[in-house]
Design a protein. Structure first.
Length: 349
């Protein structure tokens, strides 16, 4: 398979020219423009992350993806992630089969438990059932993906007996990734269902995820469910120089990582830790086109990636700077990555 390069965004609420936060409505319109630009510069995919918070504007990725589908021709349209634990797998199936139809087969999905828990209280679900809800709903969704009438039973919803779900996928099967943050159990679950592995690498050296890739491939071989695709999702930003990229992102990174850290008991980020994470072996893909390309190539070679997604939204960083980053990613980073991999000969670029 040819390496795919995509972008992800959570629709982070950004600042306008006056330094004040834009409305969530304007942020959503800006995300559509980002998707249109990503298609125009030749990127392969866009993923929209579902959240239910005041700092992220996207709560309904499929609606926004439909708007992007209407203005694009080639780019794959997916989520990053769909919080399956707090959704109805049948409705998720229907929304994505509809998206697949109107985009002529460009839909895909990344399902996960999500890194935030706001959706549980919002939709009246108990956090005590966090694991069970995901396990059962993923199992039902995997049954739906096989097509045809579904018979299924579990403890979190009434059973189904020879139930057909409409509309069916015209371009089946739907490419389905499972977002995994580093749990061996999650890796094995993904392999058991025959789904693709998307590694959410937001800290540390990506190389430390190599054992998870090996576990996934070994499990698929033993279970007879492979081969599957391996992807990486990591935050980043591209500017003309390393220094400019770091300066553009740091104040926003400091603010949003600090805010999330306070919620979770993490120490506040420092400039030194930020620059270390943006270094050659860190999980922040921030820098010039040459720097970001070199880091992507390293991940591809170590992890054997089929897909790399750059989480392009960085807190309140201005929409205009994100648009510039997408332009550089598509026109400069992507060609550098493909050329390096072609020269290496070990990976299909």
């Amino acid at each position: 398979m040819t390496l795919e390069l995509g972008i992800d965004t959570f629709g982070d609420v950004t600042n306008g020219p006056d330094g004040h936060p834009l409305s969530q409505a304007q942020v959503l319109r800006n995300v559509v423009e980002q998707g249109v630009l990503a298609d125009r510069v030749g990127l392969d995919a866009i993923g929209l992350g579902e959240h239910h918070r005041d700092d992220f504007a996207i709560s309904s990725p499929e609606v926004l993806l439909g708007a992007i589908a209407a203005r694009t021709e080639h780019i794959r349209l997916g989520s990053a992630v769909t919080v399956l634990s707090s959704d109805d797998p049948i409705r998720v199936f229907q929304r994505y089969s509809t998206l697949d139809a109107i985009s002529n087969g460009r839909a895909e999905i990344t399902v996960g438990r999500g890194s935030f828990t706001e959706s549980f209280g919002l939709f009246g679900l108990p956090l005590t059932a966090y694991e069970q809800l995901f396990e059962e709903k993923l199992d039902l969704f995997a049954h739906l993906l096989r097509g045809g009438p579904v018979t299924w039973s579990g403890e979190t919803r009434p059973p189904l007996t020879e139930q057909s779900v409409y509309p069916p996928f015209e371009h089946a099967p739907l490419r389905t990734w499972v977002g995994v943050g580093g749990s061996p159990e999650s890796v094995i679950r993904t392999a058991r269902h025959g789904l693709h592995l998307m590694l959410a690498i937001i800290g540390g050296d990506p190389a430390r995820f190599r054992p998870y890739v090996e576990l996934y491939q070994r499990a698929q071989t033993e279970l007879g469910t492979g081969p599957g695709l391996v992807g990486q999702h990591s935050p980043g930003h591209v500017a003309e120089t390393d220094e400019l990229a770091l300066e553009q992102v740091w104040p926003h990174y400091q603010q949003y990582v600090g805010r999330i850290g306070r919620e979770r008991g993490w120490p506040p980020p420092t400039r030194a830790s930020f620059e270390d994470a943006a270094g050659p072996e860190g999980a922040l893909f921030i820098g010039s086109p040459q720097t970001v390309a070199a880091k992507i190539v390293r991940s591809v070679q170590i992890l054997g990636l089929d897909r790399f997604d750059l989480k392009i939204s960085q807190g309140a960083l201005a929409h205009e700077l994100t648009m510039q980053a997408i332009e550089l990613y598509g026109t400069e980073v992507a060609p550098l990555v493909r050329a390096a991999l072609a020269e290496d000969g070990g990976v299909d670029a």
